[in-house]
Ligand binder design. Structure first.
Ligand SMILES: Cc1ncc(COP(=O)(O)O)c(C=O)c1O
Length: 398
């Protein structure tokens, strides 16, 4: 038996089978490249689902991790620690927010955001203002509250009843949003660029319309930037592509370079309604994870770095439109920065499986959209290579 067969057998025997994994075992990585136990290389067009924004073996992140390992790993949120305070300052001073609450994942960040919105409404004396409005095509996580705001039927159905009082409006349809948002709405949750649901950017008029509807009804506007935030679209925050700011924003995925973290950023007005005992977490915001996150944040929140993302994002868009959109299998290329979706005629999963044979890792976003989320550090040559491998993949699928 090879090491690969051995590991796969163990995984299939002992790990709960909620993922359908390909038949290789990933062992190491460097930059945008991943290597398996049999020595095959893969160009990573998925970044561990938008997490490895700085690629593999990022030296500054590793140095921060080593330094953090020499200090405290965990003390709990009962005590002050410097890395948490510094990271909170970094996030607030570089966004709309005044306060941060740390969590351990994206779903957890959204759970907290929903709780904060309910408490905010209640503290204004509105006991019936509990409604949450989400959108078709949305994905906010797998825990009960986050799942209740996630549109995909097949994720929700087996676990119903979910958290109540959530309704769905059509994404990018302001009339539909207007019908759903009322005086009973405490929160509207939206991804500025939908990820899992198909890589669809929100229209500017839709976003400004949502801000206006929230202001009129006293609902809080929550931006889920877990996938599209932190440099992915070419600006530090995806909301910078619009002329508005949210009341709450959730982050996770790339923030700590692969260590588990989430963050809920909020305005002072919302923060004023929350106090000791309202929310908590044993692990979240620990010194080790926050030290690493500060390093990642510092690297991404850099004008030169973000300009590169914009430049290479535009290059990738041009290459995809030139060399991939012409395939009869692809009906639309859409996205922003280094976040791209390719609407496909055949099931996207078929393209993903074929791509692996060409040494390319890609993702899907729903049944008929291929999703590309390469590390933000990808070079022009590597974009050429990605497009070339994708093009060969499509020839084989066709
Ligand atoms: C937009 C968005 N929100 C929330 C989540 C959930 O994050 P996590 O898997 O860390 O719970 C995801 C994960 O894919 C996401 O893309």
């Amino acid at each position: 038996m090879t090491i690969t067969e051995d590991i796969i057998e163990l995984e299939q025997k002992y790990v709960l089978q909620t993922y359908k994994r390909p038949d290789f075992v990933l062992e190491s990585g460097e930059g945008v490249w991943l290597y398996d136990a049999d020595g095959r290389e893969y160009l990573d067009g998925g970044s561990g689902i938008a997490v490895n924004a700085l690629g593999y073996q990022n030296q500054a992140t590793i140095a921060a991790l080593r330094q953090a390992a020499d200090g405290l790993i965990h003390v709990s949120n009962l005590y002050h620690t410097a890395p948490q305070a510094f990271l909170a300052r970094d996030l607030c001073e570089n966004s709309f927010a005044d306060r941060v609450f740390f969590s351990n994942s994206g779903a957890e960040a959204n759970e907290g955001a929903l709780k904060f919105a309910r408490k905010f409404a209640r503290s204004q004396g509105h006991s019936n203002k509990t409604g949450i409005v989400s959108f078709t095509g949305s994905f906010h996580g797998r825990t009960m509250g986050a799942l209740a705001c996630t549109a995909t039927e097949k994720y929700r159905k087996p676990f119903e009843p979910l958290v109540g009082d959530v309704s769905f409006a059509q994404f990018n349809n302001l009339d539909s949003a207007r019908q759903a948002i009322s005086e009973q709405t405490c929160a509207v949750i939206v991804e500025p660029v939908q990820g899992e649901g198909g890589v669809t950017p929100a229209d500017p008029e839709f976003m400004t319309g949502l801000r206006q509807l929230c202001d009129e009804t006293g609902a809080l506007l929550i931006f889920d930037e877990i996938q599209c935030g932190l440099g992915r679209t070419g600006t530090l925050w995806a909301y910078e592509n619009y002329s508005i700011t949210p009341d709450i924003m959730t982050l996770a995925k790339p923030l700590a370079g692969g260590l588990p973290i989430g963050a809920i950023l909020l305005t002072q007005v919302v923060a004023d309604t929350l106090g000791p005992g309202d929310h908590g977490s044993t692990f979240a915001g620990g010194p080790l994870v926050c030290t690493v996150a500060r390093s990642v944040f510092g690297q991404v929140n850099d004008a030169v770095f973000l300009d590169q993302v914009k430049k290479y994002g535009a290059y990738m868009a041009a290459q995809l439109k030139d060399k991939i959109a012409s395939s009869p299998l692809i009906t639309e290329v859409r996205g922003k920065g280094l976040m791209w979706g390719l609407a496909s005629v055949p099931p996207a999963a078929e393209i993903m499986v074929e791509a692996r044979k060409h040494g390319l890792i890609i993702l899907v976003a729903g049944p008929n959209v291929v999703r590309l989320l390469p590390p933000l550090t990808i070079s022009q040559d590597e974009i050429d290579e990605l497009v070339e491998r994708l093009s060969k993949t499509l020839e084989m699928v066709g």
